[in-house]
Design a protein around this ligand. Structure first.
Ligand SMILES: Cc1cc2nc3c(=O)[nH]c(=O)nc-3n(C[C@H](O)[C@H](O)[C@H](O)COP(=O)(O)O)c2cc1C
Length: 204
């Protein structure tokens, strides 16, 4: 499937095949592709917590204001930030330098250049960007796999964190329900015309 076809055919699905399931391996395949998303300095702020069994999906649904599609879909994948992501980045970068795959001076420059992301507020802001990019990659991967999806922010973060055992360093920023679709006549939603959203700016 071409990316343009995936983009034009994806919708936020309202109807999922409630008899379908996804395996852990299928979810991992989607997450692996979502990890291809870029992130600032390749710090990789996005974390994924998935529920694929009915009882856990029902618990997540309760934290999502009982939106039925959460339990109806084969899987719900919650994307969190990792507000301590830079710590892992520093470790990986130093390890790469020690292994000789990255020059030591480059490694130290990268570590110095990312110092600001040790600040939880900066890390959260960057996590929001990263989760958006990761989420879109995940939905495109799902589309290619013949799966329907829907991004969702309609959840109570505190309640969802309690259900999933998330600590303060891992705020839930988006959830994506994914799975085989049920037969549906759901229409694609229109977009504004490009000229309404695009301005080519030239100086002078
Ligand atoms: C950040 C975000 C949060 C959303 N939250 C929900 C949600 O809680 N429940 C839902 O049914 N749809 C949710 N949606 C889906 C949007 O309503 C949908 O993307 C939009 O109407 C455009 O439709 P389309 O994705 O089919 O093109 C969300 C979408 C985004 C990007």
């Amino acid at each position: 499937m071409h990316v343009s076809d995936a983009l034009r055919s994806r919708i936020s699905s309202n109807s999922f095949d409630t008899t379908a399931s996804l395996t852990e391996a299928q979810v991992a395949d989607l997450v692996r592709l979502a990890q291809e998303a870029p992130s600032c300095f390749n710090i990789q702020f996005t974390r994924f917590v998935a529920a694929i069994d009915p009882a856990t999906k029902r618990a997540v649904m309760a934290a999502a204001y009982n939106q039925p599609k959460v339990a109806a879909a084969a899987a719900v994948i919650v994307l969190t930030g990792d507000l301590r992501a830079r710590e892992g980045f520093v470790e990986r970068t130093r390890a790469a330098a020690a292994a000789g795959t990255l020059p030591a001076d480059v490694a130290e420059r990268m570590i110095a250049g990312t110092a600001g992301y040790a600040d939880p507020a900066r890390a959260r802001e960057e996590s929001l960007r990263s989760v958006g990019l990761s989420g879109m990659c995940l939905m495109l991967a799902a589309q290619e796999a013949g799966l329907a999806s829907c991004p969702m922010i309609g959840f109570d973060p505190a309640a969802l964190s309690a259900v999933l055992g998330l600590d303060e360093a891992h705020p839930p920023l988006m959830m994506i329900v994914v799975g085989p679709a049920a037969a549906s006549t759901q229409a694609r939603k229109p977009r504004m015309a490009p000229e309404q959203v695009l301005r080519i700016h030239t100086v002078g």
